[in-house]
Design a protein around this ligand. Structure first.
Ligand code: NG6
Ligand code: CA
Length: 509
């Protein structure tokens, strides 16, 4: 259902023309940002005026999801339109992961490129680089984004708590001095190599679990690396760099349709926002990183305004998974959280298939085409492929984007438009933790408690979940009462539906 705001009446007349033009498309994906982490979704401990403005000028979805509660699988499915549990090695990618999406796979970027768009991804990648042997950090870094439809990329190659802290521009690490090659590995390169264990006293931010290998910028990370000193960045400068590169890309392509995937590293650990944002919120660096993310959104929308592109640009704002407070560093997130509810009224967060794991802020804005409104239609980041293909009048080849539904009308807020009638969410890779949403019912399925990730393993052990649990989100949005025994027929139907959706290998017609 969609509820229009008063201001929306003013732009009603232009809506019919929406599908006719192909707007620029900017997808802003936050990292680990929860449903309740921004002020337009209820946060009171901090203000996010730029994200709030986006929401007030567009559609604020209250039932918008990513497809997984960790990063790599959500990003895999956002780009490919296929559930990550169908793919190989789609769990949280290690530092030397090869490219997870094979060259030639249809993606949001390849679809839009075919439609004549200039395409770029700027920011966090975390989908692996290179052939079966992994990334060739000192040479040609491919395949990667350029082999699946992006014209250009400027990346944080993994996730910032994993080594190495260098950028990747198209196929190379910029500023790499050949005399100081970059080595990345999962074993200590020599006995004297300083780590978060041996040099814990020297760290500017201490770790709480894992994250005790190579130290860079006073922060120890997951994995080891040496060399590439001239190419290394400071964590504090990442957001500025994403904005600088994005503004450059938008300026270069202002006269042709463009697709920018702005993939922020905020608010993933290590949370180390620029000095000018440090201390700006009572929530510590986690809150300060949210404010930094909001600043980035403001810079992007200001750039669109300055270039006269605001009404020619569809902006989508979303997150790659729900929130987590302590994700491996002692950054004050737990101690300073106060009454802040990072997942809003929902249970769970990152790593879980409770609503908090995948229900996130989700906003679409296209002034003059989208009427400001609030929508509770079920939409997911996995639907961008089919929906943007429809927007740009591109055919989806039958064997691609296997789980992406065309929910364009819902994303544009057309009256009576429906979102999905069901959605599978998962936590990580292929570890057999799923949830199936159908209407207000939600079935959790926990196949085995052997997740590779120790935290996930612990959480699963802690929850002591039976294999199947059923919730009624209408009466119990926080998933606190298992109603399976009272609704055996519903549960059986959904168990069958979930099994079939998995077995069929696709859910799109
Ligand atoms: C986990 C890390 C966590 C984070 C996550 C990936 C440990 C103990 N935990 O394995 O800190 O990096 O992976 O996050 O190492 S994601 O948002 O990129 O999926
Ligand atoms: Ca994430």
């Amino acid at each position: 259902m969609i509820r229009f705001s008063f201001a929306s009446i003013l732009v009603m007349s232009t809506v019919a023309a929406a599908a006719a033009d192909s707007p620029n498309i900017v997808v802003i994906m936050a990292d680990d940002l929860g449903y309740g982490d921004v002020s337009c979704y209820g946060a009171e401990s901090l203000q996010t005026p730029n994200i709030d403005k986006l929401a007030s000028e567009g559609i604020r979805f209250t039932n918008g999801h990513c497809s997984a509660s960790t990063c790599t699988p959500t990003r895999y499915s956002l780009l490919t339109g296929t559930y990550a549990f169908r793919g190989e090695r789609t769990g949280i990618a290690p530092p030397n992961s090869p490219a997870i999406i094979k060259p030639g796979t249809e993606t949001v970027a390849s679809i839009l490129k075919r439609a004549g768009y200039a395409t770029a991804v700027i920011g966090k990648w975390h989908l692996g680089l290179g052939g079966p042997d992994g990334p060739n950090w000192n040479g040609d870094l491919k395949p990667g984004p350029l082999e699946i439809g992006f014209d250009t990329c400027f990346l944080l190659p993994t996730t910032n708590d994993r080594v190495p802290q260098v950028y990747v521009n198209d196929h190379v690490v910029p500023n790499l001095d050949p005399a100081d090659p970059l080595w990345v590995g999962d074993k200590k390169p020599n006995p004297d190599h300083p780590t978060g264990l041996s040099h814990r006293h020297s760290l500017k931010m201490d770790w709480s679990h894992g994250h005790n290998s190579t130290i860079h910028n006073g922060i120890s990370r997951i994995g080891f690396y040496t060399g590439g000193m001239a190419a290394r960045f400071r964590d504090e400068d990442l957001a500025d760099k994403w904005v600088e590169k994005s503004v450059e890309f938008i300026e270069q392509h202002k006269d042709e349709p463009f697709f920018l995937f702005f993939s922020s590293h905020d608010i993933h650990v290590p949370r180390m926002p620029h000095e000018r944002f440090q201390g700006k919120t009572p929530l510590g660096f986690r809150g300060d990183a949210i404010v930094q993310l909001d600043w980035c959104v403001g810079e992007l929308t200001k750039t669109l305004d300055r270039l006269g592109l605001t009404e020619k640009t569809l902006v989508v704002f979303c997150s790659d998974n729900g929130p987590v407070l302590d994700d491996g560093y002692k950054d004050g997130a737990v101690e300073k959280n106060g009454s802040h509810r990072a997942a809003g009224k929902y249970t769970g967060g990152k790593y879980s298939v409770f609503e908090g794991g995948t229900r996130t802020p989700f906003i679409t804005r296209w002034p003059g085409h989208i009427k400001p409104a609030e929508s509770d239609e079920l939409v997911c980041t996995i639907d961008l492929a089919a929906s943007l293909a429809a927007l740009t009048e591109q055919e989806l080849p039958a064997n691609s984007c296997l789980d992406s539904f065309n929910v364009l009308d819902a994303l544009l807020g057309e009256q009576n438009a429906n979102g999905r009638d069901h959605l599978i969410t998962q936590n990580n890779g292929n570890n057999g933790t799923y949830a199936l949403r159908a209407g207000d019912w939600k079935l959790h399925r926990y196949d085995r408690h052997t997740a590779r990730n120790k935290i996930v393993e612990q959480q699963l052990a802690d929850t002591k979940m039976p294999q199947f649990v059923l919730y009624d989100l209408k009466s119990d949005p926080s998933e606190s009462r298992d109603v399976l025994q009272d609704n055996v027929a519903v549960a059986d139907r959904m168990k069958g539906q979930l099994a079939k959706l998995i077995e069929d290998g696709r859910s799109r017609n």
